[in-house]
Design a protein around this ligand. Structure first.
Ligand code: GCU
Length: 597
């Protein structure tokens, strides 16, 4: 008897710990959800006093996550999330509270919500992102935690939510970590907080867990794909409908709960010139979710990138997830469209979303507006290459980036790194990551931003062991800014010894909008303009040049940029100022791209 009771208790505890684990909800905006955005209370907790006792042991209770109230007037409770200040979520805390502009540490957030539970439904709480280490409790019960500042996560809360009043508490800690991804040094602001939408999602017990629908590689007259339900159950009915193409595929799942299909079709192919998206319905016995999917193929042939079988030049620009005008973490559809409208004005058909997965509005807006996308995980600079946990973190972020956006036709390149220093450990780490990316998605191109930071005489050569793992040889270079002068660019030549398309994933220089002077005077608009003229002239001669994403569309906050009166903690390499003004170099790139059309 004793043994049975013990084993029952043991498995009950185990279940409670892991009950919250569940796959990422795909196409969350196509689900039955309520937004938990809006007014959240918050407490700034630099010593993590709400999580550890004075002996640095995590509280079992008494933590801020309980949102405890004094039971009697003499009770000691030294916090109250209900009367704490309010912050509009989603947002970064740095730009919402002047005390938090440079803050790196823990902030606690709390939101009340009501629920009328429906029979047969499971409930999940979904976060578009929280930077960097998030721990989540609902009604005082821990439901999960997540590491990584730019990828979504969700927890099953079915067993902890109740009818009527509920509350969710989130501990977000944005302290940089040496073994983190990214690590402790980066050239962007370490915005902390619940930085993207939060939702409570209702799912049927048997739900459509995931799907992928696209043209098979290299074919234009077939649509193929698969649908997976969350049960390993055979003979479950699932239907894929594309009404405009008069497609209705009635499928039965196999014993793993998965159903695949392939059907002749002649869709209008998605392209930047014609960003055609089709309504796609995925229907199971008790659920219907809809998506908008564009059909296109992307491949490389020798030194060409081919979209829908035709050679294409990627007229791009790099973009950080920095909110236009207001600064802070961009997180809305309006932010996305403002940034992408500037890219459209530039004549772009492609954007490099640096240096981490951007919010879903950015990717979906790029798809609607006609931009191909380079999407990247923040394996940036001096990562701890020998640390297994660091690798796992990078792989988790890569998995979640691909998982979320695999049906987004605009995404044509997955990037696994930026400017990483050569070493055997780095080659091992990135080689494994590149192989992993292909197991998750063999339909897109793999790349990474390598680095050419020196020359032998006038010859600049790309030489990176990682070339064997990538489809596109991409590199950053800063002739005229970090190396050499704008005049040097007239004589520099480039040798890319790989039979692959080449993308120059960064070049550029800083200018303070409105500062004018001689073109040899750094920080003037004229200097930046001359840098663009000389670099474009130089790079356009590269054999196999297939694309550019100059650094960068808009000035952005960075702790590395402290030159008073010029930078004031802004990286000024934007072609658009932080107040939305176009610098002279904007029009140099615009002309170059218009001539490329
Ligand atoms: C690097 C890096 C960017 C950085 C830029 C710069 O290439 O990839 O993240 O902002 O240079 O120095 O401005």
């Amino acid at each position: 008897m004793k043994k049975t009771l013990f084993s029952l208790l043991f498995f009950a505890c185990l279940a409670s710990v892991f009950a919250a684990e569940m796959p990422l909800i795909s196409n969350v905006y196509g689900r039955d959800y309520v937004l938990l955005n809006g007014k959240w209370n918050y407490i700034i907790d630099p010593l993590e006093n709400g999580y550890y006792d004075y002996r640095l042991q995590p509280f079992k209770d008494n933590g801020f996550f309980e949102n405890k109230k004094p039971a009697t007037p003499s009770d000691l409770v030294e916090y109250d999330l209900d009367t704490a200040p309010i912050m509009d979520i989603p947002s970064d805390w740095n730009t919402k509270d002047a005390r938090l502009f440079f803050y790196e540490g823990t902030v606690w957030f709390k939101r009340d919500f009501t629920l009328q539970k429906q029979a047969g439904k499971r409930y999940a709480i979904y976060f578009g992102a929280a930077n960097y280490d998030a721990k989540v409790w609902v009604n005082g019960k821990k439901v999960g935690e997540h590491i990584g500042g730019y990828t979504p996560f969700n927890f099953d809360v079915t067993d902890v939510v109740k009818d009527g009043a509920n509350f969710v508490v989130v501990k977000v800690d944005n302290k940089r970590q040496r073994d983190g991804v990214p690590t402790v040094n980066m050239d962007w602001w370490n915005y902390g907080g619940i930085t993207r939408d939060v939702m409570l999602v209702a799912l049927p017990e048997t739900t459509i867990e995931d799907y992928f629908i696209q043209l098979p590689k290299g074919k234009f007259d077939v649509i193929s794909g698969w649908v997976k339900i969350n049960k390993s159950a055979a003979n479950q009915q699932v239907t894929v409908e594309i009404p405009e193409l008069k497609i209705k595929q009635n499928l039965k799942t196999d014993e793993t709960g998965r159903a695949a299909f392939e059907i002749k079709a002649k869709p209008i192919l998605w392209s930047p010139e014609n960003p055609k998206l089709y309504d796609v319905n995925i229907i199971s016995e008790n659920e219907k979710i809809s998506d908008k999917i564009g059909f296109r193929t992307i491949e490389t042939v020798g030194k060409e990138i081919r979209l829908n079988g035709k050679k294409v030049f990627l007229r791009g620009i790099s973009i950080h997830e920095e909110a236009p005008f207001r600064q802070g973490r961009a997180c809305t559809k309006e932010d996305a469209r403002t940034l992408l409208n500037w890219a459209k004005e530039l004549g772009c058909n492609y954007v490099r979303l640096a240096h981490y997965p951007h919010n879903e509005f950015m990717v979906r807006s790029a798809e609607e507006m006609g931009f191909m996308v380079w999407s990247e995980i923040p394996v940036y600079w001096t990562i701890s290459w020998g640390n297994e946990a660091t690798y796992q973190n990078a792989e988790n972020q890569l998995h979640d980036m691909i998982y979320r956006d695999k049906n987004r036709c605009a995404v044509v390149i997955w990037s696994i790194a930026n400017e990483t220093p050569h070493s055997d450990a780095r080659d091992l780490f990135l080689g494994k990551l590149a192989k992993y990316a292909r197991t998750q998605d063999n339909t897109r191109l793999i790349s990474m931003a390598m680095e050419v930071a020196s020359a032998k005489g006038n010859v600049n050569e790309l030489n990176d062991n990682m070339n064997e793992y990538v489809d596109v040889a991409s590199f950053n270079q800063y002739v005229g800014w970090y190396r050499g002068t704008n005049e040097d660019a007239r004589n520099f030549v480039w040798n890319i010894p790989y039979n692959k398309p080449v993308i120059v994933s960064e070049f550029g220089g800083g200018a303070l909008y409105g500062l004018h002077g001689d073109k040899t005077e750094r920080w003037t608009e004229e200097y930046q303009e001359e840098l663009y003229i000389r670099n474009l002239e130089m790079l356009d001669k590269i054999d196999g040049l297939a694309g550019l994403s100059p650094w960068i569309l808009v000035d952005f906050y960075s702790p590395r940029r402290a030159l008073t009166g010029i930078q004031d903690y802004f990286n000024r390499k934007g072609l658009v100022s932080s107040s939305g003004n176009k610098k002279k170099a904007f029009f140099v790139l615009q002309k170059f791209y218009n001539d490329k059309k």
